[in-house]
Structures are given as C-alpha cells and as structure tokens.
Ligand binder design. Structure first.
Ligand code: ADP
Length: 934
C-alpha cells in the first residue's frame, strides 16, 4: 500500500489496467484456478473451475479445499510442500463435483510469498476426466483382449510399422520368458532372436506392405527346444486406409507336424510292406476314390498307378460284374461296413481272372472315418477247380445215370465238348482188341470222317505209343504240343499223315479207364480248333474223370453179366414152371375123373377133393411164376375192355372161397350199389383181387375176419382188402412188393408161397394205371391193402371172335348137356389118357392120338366135333397140325382147342393164326371143359 502511494495516477491506471487484464485472463482462462490460504481455505476460484465442478461461487469459495478432494491426505501434503516452497507440477488427483461425480484433474501449484510470508497457494487445475476414462476404457479393453488371447494356445501380437510389439498375449511369457509388458515396444528381432527373425522377416515385411501372409518355420527356443511354427500375418489398416501394423498369430504345430510325420512314416512303412505283399492291396479315401494300389495290383493289371487311382480301377472290372461291384462298394462306404465280393478283373494279358475283394473301413483313434483298406486275391485257379469239380460231378451223374454203358460213354464224350476237348473218344479194350465206343465233336460230319479214318487205319495194338501203350501199361500220356515229328511217328503212311495233319491237333491227352489195376479202355482228349493246350492239371482232372468212368463201365459190364445170368435164371424158372405143368395136366384130369367116380365113397371123395385143391394151388403157383418171368421181360400184354369191377370181384370171391372156408374166416363185403366200369383186363384184375384175398386168408389165424370194400373216390375205384391177421412189421412194409420178398416168420413159410404174389399184384395194378399201398399197425395188428384204379369209361375194344378163358366171360361151372366127339392129341401118354378118361366120364366120345401125323389121320376118319391138341408135339408141332387140320374141308367146323404149357399172349396169338378156336394152358380142368363143351 505504501508502495502504491508512491506511484502516480498513470501508473496506477496502468497498473489497474494490468490487474483487470490479469483478472480477465484468469476469469476467461479455460483452465481451472483457485487460490488457497495457507490454512486450506479457498480464497478465490475462476469461473472455469466453478463451472467445471458445478458449484456456485459461495458454495466453493470460503470452503476448505479438503472438502473437494477425496484424498485429503494428499492435499495436506501438497500444502505442506508449498509451505516448504516446493512446486507441484501435474499432480494427478481427483476433485468432487457438485453432482457427486469425480473429476480427474492434474494439479500444478505454487505458493505466493510476500516477503517470506506465505500469502496463498495458486492452484491450476486441468480437467483430465475425459482422457482418464478413455484411458481406462482402453485399459479395460486391453485387459479383456488379453484375457481372451491369453487363453489361446498361440502367440498373438500386434506389430507396428516399426516392427515393434504393441500387444502380446501371455503366450509370449511362456515362450520368451518375458512378461508381455516388457515385450511391449520391443523390436521383433530383439524378442525372437536374429535367426528366427531372418526367417520370418520377408513374411512380416510383406504383411506390412498390406498383404496377408502365412508361413511355417522352425525356431530354436532359448532353452534349445526346436519348434515348428505356423504364422499368419494380417495387415491392419486405419480408417483412412493407411496400414498401421499387422496382427500376428503364430501357433506351435510341432506336435501336429510330428504326428503328421508319424502318419507319413507309417504310411511309407505300410506302402513298403504292402508292396512286398503277395496280395493286392488298395486304400480309398472317404469319398470312395482309391488313392493307393500296391505293386502286386499294378503288376497284375499292368497299369501305372496314375491310371488306377480315383475311379480308374473300375475300368479293369468285367463289364458284367461292374454294376454289382460298384453297388456293393458304395453301399458299404455309406454304411461304413466291411464288404466281400467276387468279380472278374482284367489281367495285363487281357484275360479276366476271378478275384475275391475284401474291404474294411478305417477310423482314427477318435472314431473319424478315413476311408477303406482292401485286399484282392486272385482265385482263378480255385474257380477253375470248382468249375472242374462241378463238371466232374456232372460227368459222374451222366456216368451213373444209366447202365447202358455204350450210350453212357457217348454221353460222357459229348459232355467234354467244347469245354474240355474239341474231340473226345472212348476206346474199350477187350482181349487185346481196341474198340472205339464213343466219338464226340461238335460237327457230326467230322465224326463220320474220323470214323472213316479209323476204319482205314484201325488202332495198332503193337504201336509203342498211344492207346496200345496205355493198354499195356495203364499209364496216361500227355502231349502238350503236337509236333510234326510226333504226327509222323503216329501215322502209318503218307496218306495217314496227311489225314491226321488235317485234324490240326494242338494238344492231346490219353488216360486209361482203370479199375483195380485192370485197364478197361482209354479216353482220348484232343484240342484242335480251340488252339488250347492241356496242362498237367488238366491231366489230373482227366484221370479223375476216367477213374469214375472206369467204375461206371465196370458197373455196367457187371450189370450186363448179372442181367445175363439173371435172365438165364428166370428162363430156367419159366422152363421149370412149364415143364412142371405138363405132368400136372394128367394128374388134374385123373383127379377130376376120380372125383367124379368117387361120389359114392365119401372118404375117397374127400381125399380127391383135397388132392384136387392142392394140385390147383400148385398150378396157380406155376402160373404166378410164369407171370413173374413174363413181367420181368415185359411180356405181359393186357387185353383191356370195359368191365364191371363188382362182377370181377364176385368171381374172385367165388374162386377163393375154398381157402376162406378152410380157415373158417368171415368175409365181409361192401360193394357200391351201382356198377363201377373200369378199362381193364378182367383176368388180370381178378388175379389181383384173388391174390390179395388169398393172402388175407392165409396170413390170418383161423376164424378171422376179412373185409373187402369197394368205394369210388375222385374218379378212382378204391379196393380195400383188410384182415385181422398177423400184420406186417413196419420196416418190412416198403419191401413187401419186392420179388421173392417174404416176411421171415414161420407162418408165411408154413402157408406156402414164393413171395411173388404181391410183385404180380403191384405190377398188374400199375399196368392198369393204378396204385397199391399197404398199411399195417404192426405185427399181430392186421393188414390192409388198398388198390386204386382209374375209372375211365372207354369205348369197349372190339372183341375178336377168338374166345379165350376169361373171368368175366365164364359162367359158373355147370354139367354139360351135349355129347361131343372129341379127339385128344398129346405126346404125353399119361396126360392124353387121363384127359380121355375124364371126357368119357363126362359123357363124351373120345379118341386119342399121341403125335401130330397120326392125330391128323384119326381126325380125317373120325371127324371129331372137338379136337384137344397139345402144342408141344415132337416132329410136327401143334400149330402145324392145326394148320393141316384146317385145310381139311371136312374139319372146317371142328372146334380146335390148343392145350399148351405156354400161355403167353404171343402163344395165344400164334394159336389163333394157326386156326385154333381156344387156347388153354395146361392143366386143363373139368370147369374149363364144361365151359367149352356146352
Ligand atoms: P407169398 O407167396 O409168400 O404169400 P406174396 O408176395 O403174396 O408172397 O407176399 C409176400 C409176403 O408178404 C408174404 O410172404 C407175407 O409174409 C406177407 N404178406 C402178404 N400179405 C399179407 C397179409 N395180408 N398179412 C400179413 N402178411 C402178408
């Protein structure tokens, strides 16, 4: 103030002016200012600060500064420092605004001294709240970023244009053993080292020029560890499009690379292994395309790998198999299932081979599908073997299908063409002779031609080679190639050579037909036009075939021999039966006579009756025996006509009545009320029923019951003959109809019979288009035979006027009324005499002759009405005699009756031709005589 007094008005004015300016400056400065007294009271504040904090002047000025600071301690310490004449520059602190918010400020202050008196402190306050919050946001964001990037197992960084790190995630700490904040701002080279920097530098520089780059590099860490890194640099541009730096992401792919390397190595190992494997191996990717074939495959197909991979391999599959193969292949892929299939694959020589192909899906440890691996095996040999086996089986079935071995061998030879031979011949050896039994070739003309050649040049049994050699040694011969030299050796002369040459033989196999060391013949297999060659395997196969063929030939030969001896046997049987019949004729005639004469003598009459029955039984057996041999030789002919089954059955019942009575059986008959018409031979039909009834009676204990039932079912007549007899064991049932089959029990033996009745019944039934069945619940449980015959009403066959004894025709025996003049001609004196006596007893006039010529003589003179003429006469047989008799006009109406041991159809026919009116088989009984001599 004193000083003021001393200054003049201008100066005062100037000073005031200056003060105003200063005040104005403070008032308008955009920086907060306030003066604080040494005890902390706010003395003054400029408008900017008041506005900044939101206070009215009186709410701020006059208050203690500590009220507006949260850190009271700090403000005290500042005042203290100011007291000590220290300056405070840019001290960061906060101030409390009126609205309760906090303002971040920087405070610079100094003390105003007046002569060592601390007058007040001047505070200059800069509001840095905005800056502070922005910084905090950035910091928070950075922390967020860091917390995210720290979890990433990769090195993440931002590198600025000067190649300095401006951000690093925590991974850098682990790798470079330095906290990220220390790395911040450092040059890349400094952090990663000179060598690594040299590696990545070109990439980094390229990225810093604005290009995204990726690289892989190997680095050695400070601890000496080697790492393989994969890096990506992505340039970052600012809003104006100017490049600011690059985001770098570097990941450690060491383990991945190692695994890859391992896979690669194992794949290499696998390929080396697969290449040495004998099987063909391939692998396919998940998209089904093949990516590998081993050497075996490539060797087989003869194609380079590039041609096979992808889908190239499909080309080699046979067109007929391709579609199927692809379907199985892709279906398996879709279902990730293993597959196995067979197909034909083309080999390098263009031939197709059968293959077995198998494939399995491949998965990684964690279950990822990575494609298929498969193997392929050539099974051509096996297939051919299988084919041969089935061919052999077929050939065997041909071989054993028939016992006619010549036809069989021809069939066999035919079967070989063309699969196994172009020519096939079968030659049989017998007593040093060779006979070609079969020749086969696809062209019949060639067969004729070959046969002609053979006729001109028959096989030479003394030749050192070929068939002659096989006949001697029994060993096969294989000529893979037919050389000219061989042809010359085989040919007899120039012409023969020329002819064989013309055949164009390429390969020949000769194999013996051998059984138990005996060489029966040989089969020759020839390849000509097909140009193929036989191999040793073919020979093995041919030998196997020949072995089977030899057995078949031997079987057939044995069978033929057996048949010959069999037929000798049946011939003998039929002869025997025939011869036995002759002596029976006179016995029967004599018995008939005796029966006639013994009517008064009951005892004798009964004896004769028994004898008669036995003789008749015998003659029936003989008839059966003859019938069987006829059946065996297919010589039975039926004379069918429309017959009423009921009538036939009535006769059969009548015929068998004696046996029924002998055993005191009860017969229960049930027949349909209306006639059943059947197209049948009435005699044979009766024979069927007689046999069944006889058996039923025979094989039932006396006083049993037999049922005979006839019904009609589905256009069939069903005849059932059932008994309460001894029954038939189950195991015997299927064999009961076999010839000479008898159940081995005492009863069947004691009841006589030869086991031929049922054979006859069955054959006769079948000849009538019918069937027969037998049923029995077992021994002691009775038996039932069921015959079924078709009911087919046919127009009756015209009946010839040649009458013969037949069941449907015959009438029950009756005593004759007419007396006939009868001539008996028979060389068997006994038979002739006995018949003569019987006829006389029946009231006829009889003359007898013992041979043909004398018979004719007698006939001429005697002029008989009936001539009973034996066929089997010596010198002039019965047929001849008949013919001559028929030539005699006086004998034109004489009834000629043939009495023969032979009763077959052809015998009857011959009789008819010779002029006979009747034909009877011996022995001729009283019933028959009564019938014709009415
Ligand atoms: P056989 O002349 O022996 O009677 P068959 O051929 O008529 O010849 O019969 C063959 C065998 O069948 C007989 O020996 C007998 O054992 C048996 N057999 C046939 N019919 C009957 C039946 N009704 N009951 C029991 N066994 C029978």
């Amino acid at each position: 103030m004193d000083q003021e007094k001393k200054i003049g008005p201008e100066r005062r004015h100037a000073r005031r002016q200056r003060d105003r300016e200063i005040i104005d400056f403070f008032a308008n400065a955009n920086i907060g200012m306030h003066w604080v007294s040494p005890d902390g009271m706010i003395l003054w504040a400029n408008p900017y600060e008041l506005e900044m904090l939101g206070y009215q002047k009186e709410e701020f000025v006059g208050h203690l500064i500590t009220e507006f600071h949260s850190d009271k301690h700090l403000i005290h310490s500042i005042l203290e420092q100011l007291t000590n004449n220290e300056r405070i520059e840019n001290c960061e602190m906060d101030m409390l605004a009126k609205d309760g918010s906090r303002k971040y400020v920087t405070v610079s202050c100094n003390a105003f001294w007046d002569n060592d008196r601390f007058v007040h402190a001047r505070f200059f306050i800069r509001d840095i709240t905005l800056q502070k919050t922005a910084e905090e946001t950035i910091k928070r964001k950075e922390e967020e970023l860091r917390s995210i990037t720290d979890t990433v197992p990769a090195l993440m960084a931002f590198i600025d244009l000067d190649q300095r790190y401006r951000f690093n995630n925590d991974a850098y700490r682990k790798w470079f053993d330095e906290p990220p904040q220390d790395i911040y701002g450092k040059h890349v080279r400094e952090v990663i080292g000179e060598k690594s920097y040299a590696d990545i530098r070109p990439h980094l520089e390229r990225a810093l020029r604005g290009e995204q780059t990726a690289y892989e590099t190997e680095v050695i860490l400070s601890n000496g560890e080697k790492k393989i890194l994969s890096g990506v640099y992505t340039p970052r541009f600012n809003k104006t499009g100017k490049i600011e730096g690059v985001v770098s992401i570097v990941s450690d792919i060491t383990s991945h690379k190692e695994a890859e390397l391992k896979v690669h190595e194992s794949e290499q190992r696998f390929h080396t292994m697969a290449d040495t494997a004998p099987v063909m191996i391939w692998t396919a990717r998940p998209d089904q395309q093949r990516d590998y074939f081993n050497k075996s495959w490539l060797r087989f197909t003869g194609k380079p790998l590039e041609q096979e991979i992808g889908w190239g391999w499909v080309e080699g599959i046979h067109s007929e198999d391709r579609e199927r193969v692809l379907k199985i292949y892709s279906d398996s892929f879709q279902q990730r299932k293993p597959f196995r299939m067979e197909y034909r694959l083309q080999r390098h020589d263009a031939q197709y081979h059968w293959m077995i192909s198998q494939g399995v899906p491949r998965f990684t440890v964690d279950g990822k599908f990575i494609g298929y691996i498969g193997s392929v095996i050539d099974i051509q040999d096996r297939k051919e073997f299988e084919e041969k086996i089935s061919f052999l089986a077929e050939a065997s079935s041909v071989l054993f299908a028939s016992l006619d071995y010549e036809a069989t061998l021809q069939n066999l030879a035919d079967l070989m063409i063309p699969l196994f031979a172009d020519w096939c011949t079968v030659t049989l050896f017998e007593s040093g002779k060779m006979t070609t039994t079969a020749v086969a070739h696809k062209d019949p003309d060639k067969i004729t031609w070959a046969k002609e050649i053979e006729k001109r040049y028959p096989p030479d049994p003394y030749s050192p080679h070929g068939l002659a050699n096989i006949m001697r040694t029994g060993r096969s011969e294989l000529y893979t190639n037919i050389s000219d030299h061989l042809l010359r050796q085989a040919s007899r002369d120039e012409e023969h050579y020329r002819l064989i040459k013309e055949l164009g033989l390429t390969s020949v196999m000769l194999v013996p037909l051998k059984t138990q060391g005996k060489v029966l013949g040989a089969i020759t297999f020839i390849r000509s036009e097909s140009q193929q060659q036989y191999t040793p395997q073919d020979l093995v196969f041919a030998e196997e075939l020949a072995r089977n063929a030899a057995i078949a030939v031997e079987n057939a030969q044995l069978y033929q021999k057996m048949r010959e001896s069999d037929s000798a046997k049946t011939q003998f049987l039929s002869m025997l039966a025939h011869e036995l019949r002759n002596p029976m004729a006179p016995i029967l005639s004599s018995l008939d006579l005796l029966q006639f004469q013994s009517q008064e003598n009951t005892e004798l009459h009964d004896t004769v009756r028994v004898m008669l029955r036995q003789v008749k039984q015998m003659s029936r057996l003989l008839d059966d025996l003859l019938d069987v041999s006829r059946i065996i030789h297919g010589k039975i002919h039926l004379t069918k006509k429309e017959v009423d089954l009921n009538t036939v059955i009535a006769y059969a019942i009548e015929t068998t009545r004696p046996i029924k009575e002998e055993y005191q059986h009860t017969l229960s008959v049930s027949l349909p009320s209306r006639p059943i018409q059947i197209n049948a031979d009435p005699d044979r039909l009766e024979q069927i029923i007689i046999n069944l009834l006889n058996n039923a009676y025979k094989y039932t204990e006396p006083k049993g019951t037999v049922w005979l039932t006839v019904t009609e079912q589905n256009k069939e007549a069903v005849i059932r003959v059932k008994d309460t007899g001894i029954g038939i064991a189950h195991h015997m049932l299927p064999r009961i109809f076999d010839l000479f089959s008898q159940v081995d029990h005492t009863l069947s033996r004691s009841r006589g019979g030869m086991g031929i009745g049922l054979t006859l019944v069955k054959n006769l039934t079948e000849m009538h288009g019918g069937t027969i069945a037998v049923e029995s619940a077992g021994l002691g449980k009775g038996t039932e035979f069921i015959v079924r015959l078709p009911i087919i009403p046919l127009t009756p066959q015209p009946q010839g006027n040649f009458g013969f004894y037949s069941a449907s025709d015959h009438t029950p025996p009756a005593v004759h009324r007419t007396t006939h003049r009868i001539l008996v001609i028979d060389d068997n004196h006994d038979a002739a005499d006995a018949l003569g006596r019987l006829l006389q007893r029946l009231g006829h006039e009889v003359k007898i002759a013992y041979d043909g010529p004398s018979g004719i003589e007698v006939a001429r003179a005697y002029l008989p009405g009936v001539i009973l003429l034996d066929i089997g006469l010596p010198e002039m047989n019965g047929y001849e005699v008949a013919r001559r008799l028929r030539q005699e006009s006086a004998l034109g109406h004489t009834m000629l009756v043939a009495v023969s041991g032979y009763g077959q159809e052809e015998d009857k026919l011959r009789s008819q031709e010779a002029g006979f009116d009747y034909h009877f088989t011996k022995p001729i009984g009283i019933d028959v005589l009564n019938e014709i001599l009415v």
